[in-house]
Design a binder for this molecule. Structure first.
Ligand SMILES: Cc1ncc(COP(=O)(O)O)c(C=O)c1O
Length: 363
């Protein structure tokens, strides 16, 4: 299968080879070296001096960890799609007094809206301890302006900024420290182009200090336990060393390409996708100014029905995603991230066009 879904994505053969190395003991010096290599590389990738935590598990586990460790009582959730809604649901299920600020699908958040919501908490005498933002809402292809929102949250010193960069990290700029992000989390199966299995987060000093004060953080997801084990270059539990080998190697490949070059490659693929779509009468689903560089969510608009073509492509071993949830049939999503190149997209669009043409001929 060739994956053009917005994650998981294609994995390079040399990375798959890294994953087949023999298992090593997780309390050995070799594993500690590998652990440190990954953490140092991740600091560089994320532009942070913060603590880097890694767990074997899905990104959703780190979403839950961020809530359990930084919120004793009350949190604000910026909701504009399925994954930002998931974070709100996680906070509710952890028993928090979670408040959602919800926008219609296709829209993203601006700093001013966030400022008003945080101020309303202060005015009510019940400030929010943390605010969650999904930088790149994979379900709608909406990217919210993280730097702008970070500058707003910084004006509320008791509110931590928790950000999901699951589908933006390594595909779009994310400057964790400069943009004031307290917890920045992601999985590795999107623009990082690794098989799913590790969840990663950078955690600021303020967030760690908060965690020290929050009761019932649980055991597996406890930031303090994870930080303390990091001091010995270890994890409290047995990590997937196959993923650590793959991550260390992939970070080297990413730095060889160069972060800026990598971001520009993603931005160029997004432009290429929109141009091709426009030729069919399909339009970007997100509002202007919020378009993602890693996933294009395209609305049917005046264009032909794309669903039969998605099925034809699937029969040929090529996966492109239908719309998410209620957007199924109304939008479709092309993931152009990780290992993809402009030439891969040329090939995809040629096959897509052929699949569409076959339907027209059959009709
Ligand atoms: C933005 C975003 N957040 C969170 C997740 C959940 O990731 P996982 O399935 O690794 O828990 C996804 C998965 O697609 C996502 O796109």
């Amino acid at each position: 299968m060739k994956l053009f879904i917005p994650g998981p994505t294609q994995v390079a053969p040399e990375i798959l080879a890294e994953m087949s190395r023999p298992a090593i003991g997780h309390r050995t010096e070799e594993c500690a070296r590998l652990w440190k290599e990954c953490r140092d590389g991740l600091r560089q990738l994320m532009a942070t001096e913060g603590e880097i935590l890694m767990i074997t598990g899905p990104a959703s586990a780190m979403m839950e960890a961020a809530i359990r460790n930084t919120v004793a009582d009350r949190s604000l959730h910026l909701v504009c799609g399925a994954f930002s809604k998931r974070w709100f649901d996680i906070a509710l299920s952890c028993g928090k007094d979670a408040v959602a600020l919800e926008l219609p699908l296709g829209q993203g958040f601006r700093g001013e809206e966030v400022r008003e919501a945080l101020q309303s908490g202060v005015d009510a005498g019940r400030p929010f301890e943390a605010v969650t933002l999904v930088h790149n809402e994979t379900s709608t292809g909406v990217t919210s302006p993280l730097e702008e929102i970070g500058a707003v949250v910084a004006k509320f010193p008791n509110t931590l900024l928790l950000v999901d960069t699951v589908s933006s990290m390594a595909g779009m700029p994310v400057m964790v420290d400069a943009w004031g992000v307290d917890v920045c989390l992601f999985g590795i199966q999107k623009a990082m182009a690794l098989p799913a299995g590790l969840a990663i987060a950078s955690v600021s000093t303020a967030a760690l200090e908060r965690a020290e004060t929050v009761p019932h953080r649980g055991w597996f997801l406890d930031f303090i336990k994870l930080r303390d084990r990091n001091r010995r270059e270890q994890s409290p539990t047995t990590p997937s060393t196959a993923h650590l080998y793959a991550l260390a190697a992939q970070l080297c490949r990413i730095f060889e390409e160069g972060l800026e070059t990598r971001w520009e490659r993603h931005a160029a693929m997004a432009r290429q996708t929109r141009e091709w779509a426009a030729g069919h009468g399909w339009t970007p689903f997100p509002e202007e100014g919020f378009l993602s560089d890693t996933v294009s969510c395209l609305a049917r608009g005046e264009g032909p029905d794309f669903v039969p073509a998605l099925d034809t492509l699937k029969e040929q071993g090529i996966l492109v995603s239908n719309g998410y949830g209620e957007l199924k049939g109304k939008t479709f999503r092309i993931g152009h991230m990780g290992e993809h190149t402009s030439a891969d997209l040329d090939d995809l669009f040629e096959r897509f066009d052929a699949a569409l043409g076959a339907e027209v001929r059959e009709a």
